[in-house]
Design a protein around this ligand. Structure first.
Ligand SMILES: [Zn+2]
Length: 464
């Protein structure tokens, strides 16, 4: 155990680290985080009839107000069958832009019959919290709430406003996410506590590395349409809507977008290389050094886990065509799903696909729903320094590096508005035990104590 003293606006605040978790460093906050998470998991905050997201919002609001937030500073806004929450802790300098802490309250549907336990009855067993939302992201949310309340208890006074907000439909339509980002577009920066996170070694269970997320690919859907006069199938013509569309889809399927890298992905490749298979690791290092290295590109392109990290990808996901077994098709359509490398407009990718299809008769239409294009957030020194410092408190020597996600998180809505947003969860989990959106979701409760310490440091550094 190490003890560090951080200077705050009101005096000295003890930040005690406790990687071994032998002695609780912040017992009240740790207990509150787990208790609130259990109560939140018991609320079925799933889109559709009986959605209990508004009750999760009420639970969080009660905790925040009991923890020192003014009632007027915590708003819950209903929207469709859900709700969102925005809570403000006023800073001492109203000229500064707020620090925003961003999460969500809704969870993905869980079919109880397929689970070993009821997904909406939280259970702590063998050191794990089980239940829908244990990983994505009720525990992460309540750890952040408990950390803020601990800061208030310690008498901390932020210089800039600290705003914690929770969307209510991140897993589905993201309508509340879009509204929140619009309302908080003046934020200095956003900490998305639903992104990033640490990996525990599969064998030893010890922390291996932590990634913070500074970018994500943009999601887009393009619809391709071929129209044809059609006719009787006993009198075929050369021109056929399905054949014509198919030829274009093959050309698009064979096409590779220009490989590219960014400051963030190069940093990721160098830092992550030791943790992957040697051949891939060598290619990652070579690509980071030279994004035109053909051998490295070939190796990374051949691996479905890495092809998306070196450029835009587009792939056919649906086709539809013809109207009768004995008629020439009058219409054929296909959906091309793209994951766009940060920095490109969807319209430019559409134009590139049109060029590759090389058939002016094919109609192209952007049919993307619920997604917006966004650039990478800059590697801001204040954020990077604060994360490294917080990590050094809880897991000294454990590597920390940036990553780009395949999308889409609530950060997308902030980055779309040019507000820097960083996925910065400190919760560690084995890759083999990450069951977000899946069955028997669980998170080790040993993550709670270090995560509280990490947030106390991070929230303080970015708001003082
Ligand atoms: Zn999530």
């Amino acid at each position: 155990m190490t003890r560090v003293w951080a200077l705050t606006g009101t005096g000295l605040l003890a930040i005690t680290t406790c990687a071994s978790a032998a002695t609780p460093a912040h017992p009240r906050a740790e207990a509150q985080a787990l208790d609130l998470a259990e109560r939140a998991i018991a609320l079925r905050s799933v889109q559709g009839p009986g959605n209990q997201t508004p009750q999760v919002a009420a639970l969080y609001k009660d905790a925040l107000v009991a923890g020192g937030f003014a009632d007027d500073d915590v708003s819950i806004t209903p929207m469709d069958d859900t709700a969102y929450l925005i809570a403000r802790w006023p800073g001492s300098n109203s000229k500064l832009r707020p620090l925003v802490i961003s999460g969500h309250m809704d969870v993905v549907e869980a079919k109880a019959a397929d689970w070993q336990r009821d997904p909406f009855k939280p259970v702590v067993e063998n050191g794990y919290l089980f239940g829908r939302g244990a990983t994505d992201m009720k525990l992460d949310g309540t750890i952040a709430i408990a950390a803020l309340i601990e800061l208030r208890r310690a008498g901390y006074q932020p210089k800039r406003d600290i705003i914690i907000e929770f969307s209510g439909d991140e897993e589905t339509t993201m309508k509340t996410s879009a509204v929140i980002a619009e309302k908080l577009a003046n934020a200095e920066l956003v900490l998305n506590i639903d992104g990033g996170g640490g990996v525990l070694n599969e064998q030893t269970g010890k922390p291996e590395y932590l990634t913070w997320q500074g970018a994500e690919k943009s999601y887009a859907d393009f619809e391709l349409t071929v129209i044809n006069p059609g006719g009787h199938s006993s009198m075929p013509r050369k021109s056929n809507a399905i054949n014509e569309l198919s030829s274009a889809l093959v050309r698009i399927g064979n096409y590779q977008f220009k490989p590219e890298s960014s400051e963030l992905t190069r940093a990721y490749f160098v830092a992550a290389a030791p943790y992957v298979e040697a051949k891939i690791g060598a290619a990652m290092r070579a690509f980071a050094a030279n994004p035109a290295d053909q051998a490295a590109i070939a190796t990374l392109t051949a691996d479905p886990s890495f092809i998306g990290k070196i450029g835009t990808t587009c792939i056919t996901t649906m086709i539809n065509g013809g109207h009768a077994l004995n008629a020439l098709p009058q219409r054929a359509t296909a959906n091309i799903n793209c994951r766009i490398f940060p920095g490109h407009k969807p319209a430019d990718i559409l134009t590139e696909l049109q060029r590759v299809a090389a058939d002016p008769a094919i109609g192209f239409k952007d049919v993307t729903e619920g997604s917006v294009a966004n650039d990478a957030s800059p590697m801001r020194p204040d954020f990077v320094t604060a994360v490294n410092k917080a990590m050094a408190l809880i897991y000294p020597g454990v590597p920390v590096f940036p990553s780009m996600a395949s999308g889409a998180s609530d950060s997308m809505w902030f980055r779309y508005r040019h507000v820097p947003s960083y996925g910065a969860s400190p919760v560690f989990i084995k890759e083999s035990e990450d069951f977000s959106h899946g069955l028997n979701e669980r998170t080790p409760i040993s993550s709670i104590a270090p995560a509280i310490t990490y947030y106390l440091s991070l929230f303080t550094d970015l708001s003082k």
